[in-house]
Design a binder for this molecule. Structure first.
Ligand code: HEM
Length: 75
């Protein structure tokens, strides 16, 4: 997710927690940053994951192997 404060600071990270008044983001240094919603100019949940893509470093077969391993299947 990405937030931009009313002062113009832009951050990205993972949504840690939120309620009606506050939003808490785990930033890229694994620090929890807490904001009042009223102090944020923008909150965006992009469709693109923050996780780096393995599409160019692993073949389709290797990705299948990782999935089989994670699902506890035979390799
Ligand atoms: C084979 C290795 C890996 C597997 C199977 C895996 C799997 C996953 C899955 C299922 C998710 C949740 C879905 C998503 O948010 O896209 C996820 C999220 C994430 N992964 Fe991985 N991951 C792997 C390696 C890595 C590595 C090497 C990194 C960092 C260099 C990484 C960083 C992240 C991040 C930052 C997220 C949160 C993305 C977001 O919510 O925007 N992952 N991973």
């Amino acid at each position: 997710m990405r937030v931009r404060t009313a002062q113009g600071e832009a951050l990205q990270g993972l949504l840690h927690n939120q309620d009606e008044y506050t939003i808490h983001l785990l930033d890229v240094r694994e620090q929890v940053r807490s904001f009042q919603r009223s102090g944020l100019a923008d909150v965006v949940f992009p469709k693109q994951s923050l996780m780096p893509s393995f599409a160019k470093s692993l073949s389709a077969g290797q990705i299948d192997d990782v999935l089989a391993h994670l699902c506890g299947g035979k390799q």
